[in-house]
Design a protein around this ligand. Structure first.
Ligand code: ATP
Length: 562
């Protein structure tokens, strides 16, 4: 993640780049590499003291708003929602039924020269971030400034110098006399289209096959091939085909597998939802962009079961409700967008015509762009039907809709028709979100460069999400102030994540809280002892006001919302 301006000059104002966000996460204890003391492990991340609070706040906000206090649905009724907590390792038949064992694969390409493996649909992004492409584009665009019809000589010069070191297996590096056609951009188009340039230097334009070069070494890539992303393990002492199991690649299937248990044991009636948060594992081929694409991550999923003829309303409801939820926790503005899928993006379970959309956040990655935070999909009755068939339960997995039965009886519908129609496989609307991507989006959104702050940055989390809600500080470590501050801290810490600290100058303590994203500091000073008031310091405005010592709890409750 090399980006210009990232700490290159320690005196330059800090900019909002991924490098600077990653550095702050490391420095302040939000996110560490997993097993860092051993050099880490690619695609795995740990949360430190601040990060774990942030991620918990996100998951708790989700659970609170979705499971405990869902709003009213499109039918005007209060939404019915319950939770489950299922195991990571399930009977492997689950993954045969769900289609993951056969189809949970991404098309992969391998480099014939350096043997690196990449996801075919990520290639262009990876190339944009690649060192050799960066260097080539720089060489071409520098020399192209006055004349858009760049000369083959510039590319060849790059090939025999920098190209040799950075992309030794690139076609044009091995064949520097290749004949490049001149290029004139269409009117209004800026610079060279990346695709065109890459095909050209890879020699694939000459060979007539549009294959992109390897992002690592420039070598020739294979045609895309399938690769299963599920991690395998063995259950019990014997490692054999029979004891093989998978780490779940999504939490959703635990919900489907428990559908009957939940409807048999609780009072939920269609339409209703089952929610779950928990770990999921995917052996991603190219984990990258910090925690965005990890191999172990956490999901927050809802399977919402509905009558098939209400799918359109419920799909639109969840798509909009989920988009507004992300807004409500602070991801507002231009960085958040809702994107309906094109037809060719539909997942294996989605029928044509069934809605699918992504809620996306614009992360400041090297190749900036919107990345998926949550997918909202109409999964039809695919999963329940599959489990009915593979488990052998058949129609027993159908839902009996007593309300519909009574309604049809009232309408004088024939008995046979009532019997046939009141038992069915509900359709499902699935809002499936990532807790790690959500946390990363909150970190990126909060990161606010501000040259007036000592560290050059303030983390502007919404109070509800902030890892530490308040710092409680005696102005100086004497004159009875620490005792009052400590008492206030002890009163508040049962309800809120608050910090007590009596060391260092007050300015330094405030500066630390700016970087941690703490919205308020309460300072106990000489006046507190006289008039029982404290100073409240506001992180975002830097304003200070005085409130009664006995009003601090109510102040926090109001600002945090509960
Ligand atoms: P992508 O296309 O980015 O691989 P996906 O469409 O396969 O994602 P889903 O299967 O819809 O993702 O999973 C639901 C959510 O789980 C995603 O919106 C994302 O927030 C999260 N998620 C999926 N894969 C990863 C991963 N490798 N690392 C972190 N979060 C992930």
């Amino acid at each position: 993640m090399n980006q210009p301006n990232s700490n290159a000059n320690p005196n330059a104002p800090l900019t909002k780049t991924m490098d600077n966000i990653v550095a702050l996460c490391r420095r302040k204890g939000f996110v560490f590499q997993s097993s860092e003391i051993y050099g880490g492990i690619n695609g795995f991340w740990d949360y430190g003291p601040l990060g774990v609070e942030l991620k918990r706040n996100l998951k708790e906000a989700w659970w609170h708003d979705i499971v405990r206090c869902p709003g009213r649905g499109p039918d005007g009724k209060i939404i019915d929602m319950v939770g489950v907590d299922c195991t990571i390792i399930m009977n492997p038949k689950v993954w045969v039924a769900s289609g993951h064992a056969a189809g949970f694969a991404d098309p992969m390409v391998d480099c014939r020269a350096c043997k690196s493996r990449f996801r075919a649909d990520h290639l262009l992004d990876l190339l944009k971030e690649s060192k050799w492409v960066e260097s080539l584009v720089l060489a071409v665009s520098e020399n192209q400034a006055s004349n858009v019809n760049f000369d083959v000589a510039w590319v060849n010069r790059w090939a025999v110098n920098k190209g040799k070191k950075l992309a030794p297996n690139l076609y044009i590096v091995k064949n520097p006399v290749m004949n490049l056609p001149a290029y004139s951009p269409d009117s209004g188009q800026q610079g060279l289209p990346m695709n065109w340039l890459l095909h050209l230097v890879a020699g694939s334009h000459a060979a007539g096959k549009p294959i992109l070069p390897c992002p690592d070494c420039g070598g020739e890539l294979t045609e895309p091939r399938q690769f299963n992303l599920m991690f395998q393990t063995y259950v019990g002492a014997v490692q054999s085909e029979d004891s093989m199991a998978y780490l779940r690649p999504e939490t959703a299937q635990g919900i489907f597998a428990n559908f009957k248990n939940v409807t048999d044991t609780s009072r939920v009636k269609v339409p209703f939802g089952i929610a779950q948060t928990g770990k999921a594992f995917r052996n991603e081929v190219t984990p990258r962009n910090f925690t965005f694409r990890s191999r172990e991550f956490e999901q927050m999923e809802i399977e919402f079961f509905i009558r098939p003829d209400t799918a359109k309303e419920w799909y639109a409801y969840w798509r909009d409700a989920r988009f507004n939820w992300w807004k409500s926790i602070g991801l507002a503005g231009e960085n958040l967008q809702l994107r309906e899928h094109d037809k060719d993006e539909l997942a294996h379970y989605a029928k044509e015509g069934a809605g699918t959309s992504d809620i996306e956040y614009r992360f400041p990655f090297t190749a900036p762009g919107f990345g998926e935070l949550e997918g909202v999909a109409h999964r039809t009755d695919f999963d329940l039907r599959q489990h009915a068939e593979h488990s052998g339960l058949g129609d027993k997995l159908k839902y009996f809709d007593q309300e519909l039965q009574v309604k049809m009886q009232g309408q004088g519908v024939a008995k046979e028709e009532i019997a046939a129609k009141s038992k069915y496989f509900p359709h499902v609307i699935e809002p499936s979100a990532g807790a790690d991507r959500g946390t990363l989006a909150l970190l990126c959104e909060a990161f606010t460069p501000d040259p007036s702050r000592p560290s050059g940055v303030v983390m502007k989390f919404k109070p509800r999400l902030a890892p530490i809600k308040a710092g409680i500080y005696p102005l100086v470590n004497k004159d009875g102030m620490p005792e009052v501050a400590e008492k206030l801290y002890m009163e508040l810490r049962g309800r809120y994540a608050v910090e007590y600290d009596e060391k260092q100058a007050i300015g330094k303590r405030y500066a630390r809280m700016d970087e941690s994203g703490t919205p308020f500091c309460f300072t106990i000073d000489g006046d507190t002892l006289k008039d029982q008031t404290v100073t409240v310091r506001h992180r975002d405005t830097l304003q200070q006001e005085r409130i009664g010592l006995d009003k601090v709890g109510a102040f926090l409750a109001e600002k945090i919302g509960g």
